[in-house]
Design a protein around this ligand. Structure first.
Ligand SMILES: [Zn+2]
Ligand SMILES: [Zn+2]
Length: 392
Protein backbone atom coordinates (compact mmCIF):
# COMPACT_ATOMS: atom_id res chain seq x y z
CA UNK A 1 0.00 0.00 0.00
CA UNK A 2 1.39 3.36 -1.02
CA UNK A 3 2.34 5.64 1.87
CA UNK A 4 0.23 8.79 1.98
CA UNK A 5 1.56 10.15 5.29
CA UNK A 6 2.89 13.34 3.69
CA UNK A 7 -0.57 14.11 2.34
CA UNK A 8 -2.19 14.35 5.77
CA UNK A 9 -2.62 17.73 7.41
CA UNK A 10 -2.95 17.34 11.20
CA UNK A 11 -5.13 19.84 13.03
CA UNK A 12 -4.90 20.79 16.71
CA UNK A 13 -8.32 19.37 17.56
CA UNK A 14 -7.31 15.79 16.57
CA UNK A 15 -9.03 16.05 13.21
CA UNK A 16 -7.12 15.86 9.94
CA UNK A 17 -7.60 17.29 6.48
CA UNK A 18 -6.68 15.27 3.44
CA UNK A 19 -6.79 15.75 -0.33
CA UNK A 20 -9.46 13.93 -2.30
CA UNK A 21 -8.44 10.48 -3.51
CA UNK A 22 -6.68 7.53 -1.94
CA UNK A 23 -5.18 9.43 1.04
CA UNK A 24 -8.46 9.28 3.01
CA UNK A 25 -8.64 5.50 2.96
CA UNK A 26 -4.93 5.25 3.79
CA UNK A 27 -5.41 7.48 6.83
CA UNK A 28 -8.43 5.58 8.12
CA UNK A 29 -6.82 2.17 7.57
CA UNK A 30 -3.66 3.19 9.44
CA UNK A 31 -5.22 5.06 12.35
CA UNK A 32 -4.36 3.18 15.59
CA UNK A 33 -8.04 2.89 16.58
CA UNK A 34 -9.07 1.52 13.21
CA UNK A 35 -6.06 -0.51 12.14
CA UNK A 36 -7.52 -3.92 12.87
CA UNK A 37 -11.19 -3.10 12.57
CA UNK A 38 -13.90 -3.26 9.98
CA UNK A 39 -16.00 -0.21 9.32
CA UNK A 40 -19.54 0.06 8.05
CA UNK A 41 -21.06 3.24 6.72
CA UNK A 42 -24.22 5.29 6.74
CA UNK A 43 -25.26 7.01 3.53
CA UNK A 44 -23.43 10.11 2.43
CA UNK A 45 -25.43 13.30 3.00
CA UNK A 46 -25.68 16.50 0.90
CA UNK A 47 -23.62 15.25 -2.07
CA UNK A 48 -26.47 13.77 -4.16
CA UNK A 49 -28.68 16.85 -3.63
CA UNK A 50 -25.99 19.25 -4.82
CA UNK A 51 -25.14 17.03 -7.79
CA UNK A 52 -28.80 17.11 -8.74
CA UNK A 53 -28.84 20.90 -8.49
CA UNK A 54 -25.85 21.09 -10.84
CA UNK A 55 -23.50 22.60 -8.23
CA UNK A 56 -20.94 19.79 -7.98
CA UNK A 57 -19.80 16.68 -9.82
CA UNK A 58 -18.54 13.42 -8.34
CA UNK A 59 -15.52 11.97 -10.06
CA UNK A 60 -13.87 8.64 -9.37
CA UNK A 61 -10.27 8.36 -8.34
CA UNK A 62 -8.13 7.00 -11.18
CA UNK A 63 -8.26 3.22 -11.33
CA UNK A 64 -11.56 2.92 -9.43
CA UNK A 65 -13.67 0.05 -10.73
CA UNK A 66 -15.32 -1.24 -7.58
CA UNK A 67 -18.58 0.65 -7.82
CA UNK A 68 -21.97 0.24 -9.42
CA UNK A 69 -24.08 2.79 -11.20
CA UNK A 70 -27.74 2.37 -11.83
CA UNK A 71 -30.66 4.43 -12.98
CA UNK A 72 -33.78 4.61 -10.86
CA UNK A 73 -37.30 4.39 -12.28
CA UNK A 74 -37.55 8.18 -12.33
CA UNK A 75 -34.36 8.43 -14.36
CA UNK A 76 -32.00 9.44 -11.56
CA UNK A 77 -28.46 8.07 -11.77
CA UNK A 78 -27.26 6.57 -8.51
CA UNK A 79 -23.91 5.15 -7.69
CA UNK A 80 -21.86 3.55 -4.91
CA UNK A 81 -20.20 6.10 -2.59
CA UNK A 82 -16.48 5.80 -2.07
CA UNK A 83 -14.31 7.62 0.45
CA UNK A 84 -11.82 8.33 -2.35
CA UNK A 85 -14.43 10.10 -4.49
CA UNK A 86 -13.41 13.48 -5.84
CA UNK A 87 -15.87 16.39 -5.74
CA UNK A 88 -15.49 19.22 -8.24
CA UNK A 89 -17.45 22.43 -8.75
CA UNK A 90 -19.48 22.96 -11.90
CA UNK A 91 -19.46 26.43 -13.45
CA UNK A 92 -22.65 27.13 -11.52
CA UNK A 93 -20.85 25.87 -8.42
CA UNK A 94 -17.98 28.28 -9.03
CA UNK A 95 -20.46 31.14 -9.18
CA UNK A 96 -21.98 30.03 -5.90
CA UNK A 97 -18.51 29.83 -4.36
CA UNK A 98 -17.79 33.42 -5.37
CA UNK A 99 -21.00 34.47 -3.65
CA UNK A 100 -20.01 32.48 -0.56
CA UNK A 101 -16.57 34.12 -0.51
CA UNK A 102 -18.23 37.53 -0.86
CA UNK A 103 -20.45 36.59 2.12
CA UNK A 104 -23.56 36.97 -0.01
CA UNK A 105 -24.48 33.34 0.56
CA UNK A 106 -23.80 30.97 3.42
CA UNK A 107 -21.25 28.21 3.11
CA UNK A 108 -22.71 24.73 3.16
CA UNK A 109 -21.72 21.11 3.46
CA UNK A 110 -21.44 19.14 0.24
CA UNK A 111 -20.33 15.88 1.90
CA UNK A 112 -21.15 14.59 5.35
CA UNK A 113 -20.55 10.94 6.01
CA UNK A 114 -20.43 8.73 9.09
CA UNK A 115 -18.58 5.44 9.15
CA UNK A 116 -18.64 3.32 12.27
CA UNK A 117 -16.97 0.30 13.82
CA UNK A 118 -18.85 -2.87 12.92
CA UNK A 119 -18.19 -4.29 16.38
CA UNK A 120 -16.76 -7.58 15.05
CA UNK A 121 -15.95 -10.21 17.65
CA UNK A 122 -18.32 -8.77 20.27
CA UNK A 123 -15.55 -7.01 22.13
CA UNK A 124 -16.64 -3.38 21.74
CA UNK A 125 -18.68 -1.38 24.20
CA UNK A 126 -22.16 -0.91 22.81
CA UNK A 127 -24.08 2.35 22.83
CA UNK A 128 -26.11 1.05 25.80
CA UNK A 129 -22.87 0.51 27.70
CA UNK A 130 -22.81 -3.30 27.60
CA UNK A 131 -19.52 -4.81 26.47
CA UNK A 132 -19.95 -7.42 23.74
CA UNK A 133 -23.64 -7.78 24.62
CA UNK A 134 -26.56 -5.50 25.32
CA UNK A 135 -27.50 -4.49 28.82
CA UNK A 136 -30.86 -5.72 29.98
CA UNK A 137 -33.46 -3.11 29.23
CA UNK A 138 -31.68 -1.94 26.08
CA UNK A 139 -34.03 -1.64 23.12
CA UNK A 140 -31.67 -3.71 20.99
CA UNK A 141 -31.55 -6.53 23.58
CA UNK A 142 -34.28 -8.48 21.79
CA UNK A 143 -32.37 -8.68 18.49
CA UNK A 144 -30.05 -11.66 18.31
CA UNK A 145 -27.23 -9.68 16.71
CA UNK A 146 -28.01 -6.53 18.69
CA UNK A 147 -28.91 -4.60 15.54
CA UNK A 148 -32.23 -3.14 14.44
CA UNK A 149 -31.04 -2.91 10.84
CA UNK A 150 -27.83 -3.11 8.83
CA UNK A 151 -26.92 0.52 9.41
CA UNK A 152 -27.60 0.47 13.14
CA UNK A 153 -24.50 1.86 14.91
CA UNK A 154 -25.30 0.20 18.24
CA UNK A 155 -22.43 -2.30 18.52
CA UNK A 156 -19.64 0.20 19.15
CA UNK A 157 -19.18 3.90 19.80
CA UNK A 158 -16.29 4.55 17.42
CA UNK A 159 -17.30 6.94 14.64
CA UNK A 160 -15.39 8.24 11.66
CA UNK A 161 -16.93 11.47 10.47
CA UNK A 162 -15.88 13.04 7.22
CA UNK A 163 -17.11 16.27 5.73
CA UNK A 164 -16.45 18.80 3.01
CA UNK A 165 -17.71 22.37 2.75
CA UNK A 166 -18.30 24.03 -0.60
CA UNK A 167 -15.76 26.70 0.41
CA UNK A 168 -13.01 24.10 0.84
CA UNK A 169 -13.55 22.40 -2.53
CA UNK A 170 -10.89 24.46 -4.27
CA UNK A 171 -8.31 24.00 -1.49
CA UNK A 172 -5.54 21.39 -1.47
CA UNK A 173 -6.97 19.47 1.52
CA UNK A 174 -10.77 19.67 1.28
CA UNK A 175 -11.77 16.53 3.20
CA UNK A 176 -12.02 16.83 7.00
CA UNK A 177 -11.86 13.56 8.95
CA UNK A 178 -12.61 13.24 12.67
CA UNK A 179 -12.46 10.04 14.66
CA UNK A 180 -14.43 9.87 17.91
CA UNK A 181 -15.06 7.33 20.64
CA UNK A 182 -13.33 4.20 21.85
CA UNK A 183 -14.03 0.52 21.29
CA UNK A 184 -13.92 -0.28 24.98
CA UNK A 185 -13.38 1.67 28.19
CA UNK A 186 -9.70 2.35 28.85
CA UNK A 187 -9.69 0.41 32.14
CA UNK A 188 -10.58 -2.86 30.45
CA UNK A 189 -7.85 -5.34 29.60
CA UNK A 190 -8.31 -6.58 26.08
CA UNK A 191 -6.24 -9.65 25.30
CA UNK A 192 -6.78 -10.06 21.61
CA UNK A 193 -7.94 -8.16 18.58
CA UNK A 194 -11.31 -9.33 17.34
CA UNK A 195 -11.24 -11.61 14.34
CA UNK A 196 -12.65 -10.08 11.19
CA UNK A 197 -14.97 -12.50 9.42
CA UNK A 198 -16.49 -10.24 6.79
CA UNK A 199 -14.78 -8.90 3.71
CA UNK A 200 -12.54 -6.00 4.75
CA UNK A 201 -10.30 -5.35 1.75
CA UNK A 202 -9.27 -1.79 1.01
CA UNK A 203 -11.02 -0.18 -1.92
CA UNK A 204 -7.69 0.14 -3.71
CA UNK A 205 -7.09 -3.61 -3.26
CA UNK A 206 -10.63 -4.42 -4.38
CA UNK A 207 -10.06 -2.32 -7.49
CA UNK A 208 -6.96 -4.39 -8.26
CA UNK A 209 -8.78 -7.67 -7.61
CA UNK A 210 -11.65 -6.73 -9.92
CA UNK A 211 -9.32 -5.43 -12.62
CA UNK A 212 -7.36 -8.71 -12.53
CA UNK A 213 -10.65 -10.49 -12.98
CA UNK A 214 -12.14 -8.29 -15.65
CA UNK A 215 -9.04 -7.53 -17.69
CA UNK A 216 -6.80 -10.59 -17.23
CA UNK A 217 -9.54 -13.08 -16.55
CA UNK A 218 -7.79 -14.39 -13.49
CA UNK A 219 -9.41 -17.01 -11.28
CA UNK A 220 -9.83 -16.42 -7.55
CA UNK A 221 -6.75 -18.61 -7.03
CA UNK A 222 -4.70 -16.56 -9.49
CA UNK A 223 -5.81 -13.34 -7.85
CA UNK A 224 -4.90 -14.69 -4.42
CA UNK A 225 -1.35 -15.45 -5.51
CA UNK A 226 -1.13 -11.95 -6.96
CA UNK A 227 -2.28 -10.50 -3.62
CA UNK A 228 0.24 -12.63 -1.77
CA UNK A 229 2.98 -11.57 -4.18
CA UNK A 230 2.47 -8.01 -2.98
CA UNK A 231 3.53 -9.26 0.48
CA UNK A 232 6.81 -10.74 -0.79
CA UNK A 233 9.68 -9.75 1.43
CA UNK A 234 7.38 -8.37 4.14
CA UNK A 235 8.56 -8.96 7.70
CA UNK A 236 6.69 -11.11 10.20
CA UNK A 237 5.04 -8.13 11.88
CA UNK A 238 3.62 -6.78 8.62
CA UNK A 239 2.41 -10.25 7.65
CA UNK A 240 0.60 -10.91 10.91
CA UNK A 241 -0.87 -7.42 10.76
CA UNK A 242 -2.16 -8.13 7.24
CA UNK A 243 -3.66 -11.42 8.41
CA UNK A 244 -5.39 -9.71 11.33
CA UNK A 245 -6.89 -6.73 9.57
CA UNK A 246 -7.60 -8.55 6.26
CA UNK A 247 -7.16 -5.28 4.40
CA UNK A 248 -4.69 -6.37 1.76
CA UNK A 249 -5.36 -10.10 1.77
CA UNK A 250 -8.42 -12.16 2.61
CA UNK A 251 -9.59 -15.75 2.88
CA UNK A 252 -10.11 -17.81 -0.29
CA UNK A 253 -13.83 -17.97 0.34
CA UNK A 254 -14.22 -14.22 0.67
CA UNK A 255 -12.23 -13.71 -2.50
CA UNK A 256 -14.35 -16.23 -4.40
CA UNK A 257 -17.50 -14.46 -3.22
CA UNK A 258 -16.16 -11.06 -4.25
CA UNK A 259 -15.22 -12.32 -7.70
CA UNK A 260 -18.56 -14.11 -8.15
CA UNK A 261 -20.44 -10.98 -7.11
CA UNK A 262 -18.50 -8.89 -9.59
CA UNK A 263 -19.15 -11.42 -12.37
CA UNK A 264 -22.86 -11.15 -11.66
CA UNK A 265 -22.60 -7.39 -11.55
CA UNK A 266 -20.90 -7.36 -14.94
CA UNK A 267 -23.44 -9.69 -16.42
CA UNK A 268 -26.08 -7.23 -15.40
CA UNK A 269 -26.31 -5.37 -18.64
CA UNK A 270 -27.11 -1.97 -17.19
CA UNK A 271 -24.34 -1.56 -14.67
CA UNK A 272 -21.49 -3.06 -16.64
CA UNK A 273 -22.10 -1.09 -19.79
CA UNK A 274 -22.62 2.09 -17.79
CA UNK A 275 -19.26 1.53 -16.12
CA UNK A 276 -17.65 0.88 -19.49
CA UNK A 277 -19.34 3.95 -20.94
CA UNK A 278 -17.93 6.15 -18.17
CA UNK A 279 -14.51 4.60 -18.55
CA UNK A 280 -14.57 5.37 -22.27
CA UNK A 281 -15.89 8.91 -21.99
CA UNK A 282 -13.96 10.03 -18.92
CA UNK A 283 -10.66 8.15 -19.13
CA UNK A 284 -9.91 6.57 -22.48
CA UNK A 285 -11.23 9.24 -24.83
CA UNK A 286 -9.27 12.14 -23.30
CA UNK A 287 -6.14 9.98 -23.55
CA UNK A 288 -6.80 9.35 -27.24
CA UNK A 289 -7.24 5.56 -27.10
CA UNK A 290 -10.66 5.49 -28.71
CA UNK A 291 -10.78 5.24 -32.47
CA UNK A 292 -14.48 4.69 -32.66
CA UNK A 293 -17.26 4.42 -30.12
CA UNK A 294 -20.94 3.97 -30.70
CA UNK A 295 -23.73 3.04 -28.35
CA UNK A 296 -26.58 1.06 -29.88
CA UNK A 297 -29.67 2.94 -30.89
CA UNK A 298 -32.46 0.40 -31.02
CA UNK A 299 -34.90 2.77 -32.72
CA UNK A 300 -33.13 2.09 -36.03
CA UNK A 301 -34.29 -0.81 -38.19
CA UNK A 302 -32.72 -4.22 -37.78
CA UNK A 303 -29.33 -4.71 -39.40
CA UNK A 304 -28.68 -1.00 -39.60
CA UNK A 305 -25.19 -0.07 -38.31
CA UNK A 306 -26.68 2.18 -35.63
CA UNK A 307 -28.07 -0.82 -33.77
CA UNK A 308 -24.59 -2.12 -33.05
CA UNK A 309 -22.51 -1.42 -30.02
CA UNK A 310 -19.05 -0.62 -31.29
CA UNK A 311 -15.81 0.17 -29.61
CA UNK A 312 -12.45 0.32 -31.30
CA UNK A 313 -9.33 0.99 -29.31
CA UNK A 314 -5.85 1.76 -30.41
CA UNK A 315 -2.91 3.83 -29.41
CA UNK A 316 -0.33 6.01 -31.04
CA UNK A 317 2.34 3.32 -30.99
CA UNK A 318 0.27 0.85 -32.99
CA UNK A 319 -0.94 3.44 -35.42
CA UNK A 320 2.56 4.80 -36.02
CA UNK A 321 3.80 1.25 -36.56
CA UNK A 322 1.10 0.73 -39.11
CA UNK A 323 1.85 3.95 -40.90
CA UNK A 324 5.60 3.41 -40.99
CA UNK A 325 6.07 -0.30 -41.48
CA UNK A 326 2.94 -1.99 -42.71
CA UNK A 327 2.06 -3.10 -46.17
CA UNK A 328 -1.42 -2.99 -47.64
CA UNK A 329 -2.67 -6.08 -45.97
CA UNK A 330 -5.24 -6.03 -43.24
CA UNK A 331 -6.46 -9.03 -41.32
CA UNK A 332 -9.18 -9.27 -38.75
CA UNK A 333 -9.92 -12.02 -36.29
CA UNK A 334 -12.57 -12.46 -33.62
CA UNK A 335 -12.16 -14.09 -30.24
CA UNK A 336 -15.17 -14.86 -28.08
CA UNK A 337 -13.74 -16.21 -24.88
CA UNK A 338 -11.85 -13.17 -23.65
CA UNK A 339 -14.66 -11.88 -21.48
CA UNK A 340 -17.51 -13.32 -19.48
CA UNK A 341 -20.16 -11.81 -21.76
CA UNK A 342 -18.67 -13.63 -24.76
CA UNK A 343 -18.63 -10.39 -26.66
CA UNK A 344 -16.35 -10.87 -29.64
CA UNK A 345 -13.09 -8.99 -29.41
CA UNK A 346 -11.68 -8.30 -32.84
CA UNK A 347 -8.00 -7.77 -33.33
CA UNK A 348 -7.08 -5.91 -36.49
CA UNK A 349 -3.62 -6.61 -37.82
CA UNK A 350 -1.50 -5.50 -40.73
CA UNK A 351 1.53 -7.23 -42.20
CA UNK A 352 4.70 -5.27 -41.56
CA UNK A 353 7.67 -5.05 -43.93
CA UNK A 354 9.38 -7.94 -42.16
CA UNK A 355 6.39 -10.11 -42.98
CA UNK A 356 5.01 -10.29 -39.43
CA UNK A 357 1.60 -9.26 -38.24
CA UNK A 358 1.47 -6.04 -36.27
CA UNK A 359 -1.67 -4.96 -34.41
CA UNK A 360 -3.46 -1.81 -35.44
CA UNK A 361 -6.39 -1.81 -33.12
CA UNK A 362 -8.76 -3.91 -31.08
CA UNK A 363 -12.49 -3.71 -31.45
CA UNK A 364 -15.55 -4.84 -29.56
CA UNK A 365 -18.79 -5.00 -31.36
CA UNK A 366 -21.99 -6.71 -30.59
CA UNK A 367 -25.67 -6.47 -30.97
CA UNK A 368 -28.45 -7.97 -28.97
CA UNK A 369 -29.45 -9.89 -32.09
CA UNK A 370 -26.15 -11.75 -32.19
CA UNK A 371 -25.69 -10.58 -35.69
CA UNK A 372 -22.55 -8.66 -36.46
CA UNK A 373 -20.55 -8.06 -39.56
CA UNK A 374 -16.86 -7.31 -39.73
CA UNK A 375 -17.23 -5.08 -42.74
CA UNK A 376 -18.33 -1.95 -40.98
CA UNK A 377 -15.68 -2.14 -38.31
CA UNK A 378 -12.98 -2.56 -40.97
CA UNK A 379 -14.46 0.41 -42.72
CA UNK A 380 -14.20 2.54 -39.58
CA UNK A 381 -10.64 1.46 -38.96
CA UNK A 382 -9.53 2.10 -42.51
CA UNK A 383 -11.18 5.44 -42.34
CA UNK A 384 -9.42 6.27 -39.07
CA UNK A 385 -6.06 5.19 -40.43
CA UNK A 386 -6.71 7.29 -43.50
CA UNK A 387 -7.43 10.32 -41.32
CA UNK A 388 -4.37 9.53 -39.24
CA UNK A 389 -2.18 9.45 -42.35
CA UNK A 390 -3.46 12.84 -43.36
CA UNK A 391 -2.94 14.37 -39.94
CA UNK A 392 0.54 13.06 -39.09
ZN1 LIG B 1 -27.64 -2.37 23.64
ZN1 LIG C 1 -15.47 -1.05 18.01
Amino acid sequence: MQDYSTYIQYNEDNSVKVPFGRAAEWYIANHPLLKNRRLKCQSRQYTPGLVKKGIINVERVEGAVDFVEWTTKVGKTKSTNRVDDILTLTSEGHELLMQINAKEKRDRLCWSWVMFCAGDGNSCQRVCGGIGKCKEGCKNFEFSNGLKNYQDMHLCQVRVKSEVHLSSLTTSHPLLIEIHGTHAPLNIIVNSTPKIERLNLLKSVRDNVLLSRRADHRSAKGIKSKLLASMNGANEGTLSQALTNQRTICTDNKLKQLVARDDRRLKDHVSSWTILHNLIVKNLKPKGYILYYQQPNLSFPEDSPQRFYQLTLSDEFWLKNTRDYSQNCIGIDGKYDLNIDHVPVLSIVAKNNAGFATPIAFGKKFTFLNNFSKVEIIYHILYTIYIYHILI
